[in-house]
Design a protein around this ligand. Structure first.
Ligand code: ZN
Ligand code: FE
Ligand code: FE
Ligand code: ZN
Length: 271
């Protein structure tokens, strides 16, 4: 069979910057890398600041948010032939809604990623339980998917990031049980009108596969859930990383379109 032409790459809607304390590069570096890597659109989606100390080690300070906006603006002006969207990756945790919704209202975001990186959060004085705790993987997935359903119900986010993130740390359970736990969360996501990303950073992590797994992608396609692509780049060179393989997987799962986000409104684009 002749090689198919390399498809035009979809936007990379998941990138980070040095402001989050564990990534390298500024938005302008990501914009330039996007041009170099053959992409015509990216979103900067650095980890959202919080007002209550939640996950402070992994995100910009609240006082750095204006700097983030200025950096994205600079990337738009100097980045060359690439469209740079203003996004944010915001953790969902019980109690996050008031601050987050006011931040989202006050700024002109194109896309908001919703993530569950931690399983339980009560207050900044109480230790946060990370996804890596896996003594009881079944209980972990029960809690994780229930948080995703809650995330979807807030209506605050546009896209669920790294849908099956707990697999990063193992946490294997049998397929039938996994399906039983995942489907209610997918139904909640479908009802909310949110999209889900194919996040290619999973290929670099222990599971050696993208988020979400092929089974989940098929169940998403069955429900008509929209799709976007994200590298979750924490260094500029990773922008668009793995997208050709990700498109192939998405096609195999039954997807024909990705979603483009502009000012939090989505449009389906064929790929
Ligand atoms: Zn990060
Ligand atoms: Fe994340
Ligand atoms: Fe991320
Ligand atoms: Zn992420």
């Amino acid at each position: 069979m002749a090689d198919l032409p390399v498809p035009k790459l979809p936007p990379d809607y998941h990138t980070h910057t040095a402001l989050c304390k564990h990534a390298k590069g500024r938005p302008l570096d990501y914009a330039r890398a996007a041009v170099h890597n053959g992409l015509s659109e990216i979103a900067c989606t650095d980890h959202c600041p919080t007002d209550d100390g939640f996950g402070a080690a992994h995100r910009m300070e609240l006082g750095q948010f204006e700097q983030y906006l200025a950096d994205v603006q600079e990337a738009r002006q100097l980045g060359g032939q690439v469209t740079v969207r203003l996004g944010i990756e915001a953790d969902f945790y019980p109690g996050c809604e008031t601050f987050l919704s006011s931040l989202l209202e006050r700024h002109d975001f194109d896309i908001v990623l919703g993530s569950v990186h931690f399983l339980d959060y009560w207050s900044k004085d109480v230790a946060t339980k990370s996804l890596a705790h896996s003594a009881d993987p079944d209980a972990l997935w029960v809690r994780y998917f229930s948080l995703l359903s809650d995330l979807a119900a807030t209506g605050l986010y546009d896209v669920v990031a790294h849908l099956d993130l707990p697999k990063r740390f193992g946490n294997g359970i049998d397929r039938k049980r996994f399906r039983e736990l995942a489907l209610p969360a997918l139904d909640a996501i479908a009802r909310s009108g949110m999209a889900v990303e194919v996040n290619t950073s999973g290929a670099l992590h222990a599971p050696k596969e993208f988020y979400p797994a092929p089974d989940l992608l098929r169940w998403m396609a069955d429900r008509g859930i929209g799709l976007v692509f994200g590298s979750d780049a924490h260094t500029p060179d990773r922008v668009g990383d793995g997208f050709v393989a990700a498109i192939r997987l998405a096609r195999e799962a039954g997807f024909t379109h990705y979603q483009r986000f502009v000012q939090r409104q989505r449009t389906a684009v064929p790929f």
